[in-house]
Design a binder for this molecule. Structure first.
Ligand SMILES: Nc1ncnc2c1ncn2[C@@H]1O[C@H](COP(=O)(O)OP(=O)(O)O)[C@@H](O)[C@H]1O
Ligand SMILES: [Mg+2]
Length: 301
């Protein structure tokens, strides 16, 4: 029987197995070493999923990981209904559904936080989340070819600023990769599913509240309000200024995207295709810089 492809992520290929199940495998063509790492990771993921599933919170769905076949590098998992929760899908939903989504995300964060003890007062340098060497390389060797002095000096200052940010924060057990590819929504049943717990780890408390998903859907304020209403807050973060924490978190999300685009810029394109690719990346980076500047303005008021 031919397999029906569903989707792939950075590491995983997903095919339909029928009857509400999917099979997951490492991407085609990866080395044996990568396959071994992938399957090892799945065992850790299975544990994380079992933990969070055991909470049985009706506000969201976590597809169970049923079985891992080590020798075949395969995982059998329940299929989550619906589609990746993109901005377009979110905008097409009713107000009620949109509000429920904010509630469900906050519920997952609180449930995950409760699963493992909070680690108080960790001294934290936010730049550890970025590939700073790549970032510097992009600013110093790639951007001068396409960007003006004003843009370059802005990026230079931002690099130094991010490099200097340190705070003391509680660390809480977190999903860590809340993006539209890892959150599926079925509009018919209003069912929200969280998948891909491969990056679950301790993070600063702001990390999953102001996630890339919450940023793209513009709902991080709602997620935060829900979190606070339930008695938790960001105030354990001891930089004295929550506004600053939000600004830093948004900047990190955008800078990760900028570094990804910048890394793909080719300085001496030989093919027309590469030149077109460069032009697209430059336009994208320019858009990101505008957003970063906009965030600076909003949060310095
Ligand atoms: N249980 C599932 N049910 C339905 N679709 C899934 C399921 N797991 C993954 N997918 C789809 O496959 C994509 C990649 O899977 P994911 O586990 O996120 O892999 P990666 O670690 O490579 O990001 C997801 O973005 C999603 O669209
Ligand atoms: Mg994924």
């Amino acid at each position: 029987m031919a397999e029906t492809f569903i989707a792939h992520g950075r590491e995983t290929l997903v095919v339909d197995y029928g009857d509400g199940f999917v099979i997951k495998r490492p991407l085609d063509g990866v080395s044996l070493d990568k396959k071994m790492k992938w399957i090892c990771k799945q065992h850790a993921v299975q544990e994380t999923i079992a933990d969070i599933e055991s909470v049985k919170n009706p506000l969201y769905n976590i597809p169970s990981m049923i079985h891992i076949k080590d020798t075949e590098f395969q995982v059998l998992e329940q299929r989550a209904p619906g589609q990746p929760l993109t901005v377009d899908l979110y905008k097409s939903l009713s107000k009620r559904q949109q509000i429920e989504i904010g509630n469900s995300i906050a519920a997952l964060l609180m449930d995950m936080r409760e699963l493992k003890p909070v680690i108080p007062d960790v001294s934290y340098k936010i730049s550890t989340e970025l590939k700073m060497e790549k970032f510097w390389n992009i600013i110093s060797t790639k951007m001068p070819k396409w960007f003006n002095n004003e843009e370059l000096s802005y990026m230079d200052k931002l690099y130094s600023y991010i490099d200097s940010v340190k705070y003391i924060s509680p660390m809480v057990w977190s999903h860590s990769d809340l993006s539209s590819g890892n959150v599926l929504y079925d509009a018919q049943s209003s069912r929200l599913s969280f998948i891909d717990f491969a990056d679950a780890k301790y993070q600063t408390v702001d990390h999953d509240i102001i996630s890339p998903l919450a940023f793209d859907l513009e709902i991080y304020n709602d997620v935060y309000d829900n979190y606070v209403k339930s008695g938790y807050d960001l105030s354990g973060i001891n930089d004295g200024n929550i506004k600053q924490t939000v600004k830093n978190r948004l900047s990190i999300i955008l800078l990760k995207r900028l570094i990804k685009q910048g890394d793909d810029l080719r300085l001496n394109p030989k093919l027309e295709k590469t030149e077109i690719n460069n032009a697209n990346k430059v336009a994208c980076i320019r858009g990101i810089i505008e957003k970063l500047q906009c965030i600076d303005k909003t949060f310095s008021k």
